[in-house]
Write a protein that binds this ligand. Structure first.
Ligand SMILES: *Cc1c(COP(=O)(O)O)cnc(C)c1O
Length: 424
């Protein structure tokens, strides 16, 4: 499509957007002391609240008021199997079977539980490959696992660095690093979408190449779930984990998602850190001490889950389903983000540098650096926030903006670039 830099053109795109009505399914924050909506480009950090959420939470609070403990059984959406109501739609988001996903714990906790099962170092094959600039929590999780197994992190962690002067990683460099360390690598753990640069990784090819060398592959999908399409099952990915409060709009700190490929569901040799909610459902309440894992991702659950948080996830998944699913979101997202990129490049090319790779390798988010002959990027960020934009700043140098197809508009993009231009 031939884009134009004008509010009229953006208005027209909005009027033709089949997902435009979804904006009304969300609460859009307002600028302080005004009745004007913010330009909310921060769904990569905390997604907005669907209007269904309050209703679904109230349903559970009412149930608790009326039924007490009986809310576990004879009612609509009983708590006992509540996590099962999230499985189909969660699976659709990541391209999995319903039996391969479960909502439980938090993201970093799930990475640890997955490594407890799938990071099985031997004296020779004990290394973990991750990014040099991984999200700190992922780095800490890997480092502590490596130490837990008695290895030296300096030796056992292989950190992928971008080429000199570049921000993003080249697929060929990732694959070359895997091959160079193939005999020593036990685990490759990478993001699906990089939090700082917005780069999408080729999960399929990375999985294929690593597994050819007997290396387990896990992905952190914090910035990928609800953002890009995936086929975790077909790609043969061993495990993955994601939070649900970013593109999945389930509220701050909400329960996380986890994927475990079905090839691992019935493997008695896998160690795992177990809890009663992972125990066979038919005999769970016999309360004996013989752990029999459920032969699905549910077998990795520990505790009976926080229902209020799961209710918020169900509201979010239903909202995404109303929009037609991740395929429809991605279709709009490609054009919406391409439009924002076009506006930045036509109007502000001399002033800003977009470090996010081109369309095929990006999702919603664009990561912008302000040219060094301007005021510092941090000051520009503060100025646009004061003018009604919500986005975020990531050290050392980046303003992250994420137009989200569920609730952002083409008009938002033009207004954002107007404000950014005025702030420079
Ligand atoms: C957001 C994010 C996290 C956050 O971890 P929590 O356990 O949910 O606090 C971790 N890793 C990555 C890559 C993230 O983007």
């Amino acid at each position: 499509m031939q884009f134009e830099d004008s509010l009229a053109f953006a208005n027209n795109l909005d009027s033709e957007d089949p997902l435009a009505h979804m904006r009304d399914a969300f609460h859009i924050p307002q600028i302080k002391d005004s009745d004007q909506n913010e330009i909310y480009f921060c769904g990569n950090s905390l997604g907005l609240q669907p209007k269904l959420t309050a209703q679904y939470l109230h349903d559970e609070l009412n149930k608790w008021q009326r039924l007490g403990v009986k809310g576990h059984f004879d009612c609509q959406y009983p708590w006992m199997p509540y996590h099962e109501f999230l499985a189909d739609e969660s699976a659709n988001l990541v391209g999995a079977k319903a039996t391969e996903v479960v909502c439980m714990n938090s993201l970093t906790a799930n990475l640890h539980f997955m490594m407890a099962s799938f990071y099985r170092p031997t004296a020779k094959k004990f290394k973990v490959m991750l990014e040099d600039h991984a999200f700190p929590s992922d780095h800490y999780a890997v480092e502590s696992q490596v130490k837990f197994h008695g290895f030296d992190p300096d030796e056992a962690m292989i950190l992928l660095k971008p080429r000199t002067g570049e921000e993003c990683l080249h697929l060929e460099d990732i694959l070359a690093t895997i091959k160079a360390h193939a005999d020593e690598l036990a685990l490759v753990m990478l993001p699906g979408v990089q939090y700082y640069t917005g780069q999408v990784f080729d999960m399929q090819v990375i999985t294929q190449v690593a597994q050819k060398h007997d290396i387990v592959v896990g992905f952190d999908l914090a910035h990928a779930a609800g953002n890009v399409e995936m086929q975790l099952h077909d790609w043969g990915v061993d495990f993955a984990a994601w939070c649900t409060y970013k593109y999945l709009n389930s509220g701050p700190g909400s329960v996380a998602g986890c994927f475990i490929h079905e090839k691992h569901h019935d493997n008695p040799d896998l160690p795992r850190f177990s809890g009663w909610w992972g125990h066979d459902k038919d005999t769970r309440f016999k309360m004996d001490n013989q752990f029999i894992p459920i032969k699905s991702a549910e077998g990795w659950q520990l505790s009976n889950p926080p229902i209020l948080s799961l209710a918020a996830i169900r509201a979010s998944l239903d909202t995404i389903k109303q929009a037609g699913g991740i395929g429809e979101l991605r279709k709009k997202s490609k054009q919406l983000t391409a439009y924002l990129r076009f506006l930045l490049q036509t109007r502000l090319a001399e002033h800003v540098d977009i470090i996010t790779p081109d369309e095929a390798l990006s999702g919603c988010q664009l990561s912008i650096c302000i040219s060094s002959d301007h005021k510092p990027g941090k000051e520009v960020f503060e100025a646009i926030e004061a003018a009604g934009v919500t986005c975020d700043w990531r050290e050392p140098d980046v303003i992250r903006v994420a137009p989200v197809p569920l609730y952002n508009s083409y008009t938002d993009c033009v207004k954002f670039v107007d404000i950014l231009e005025a702030s420079l």
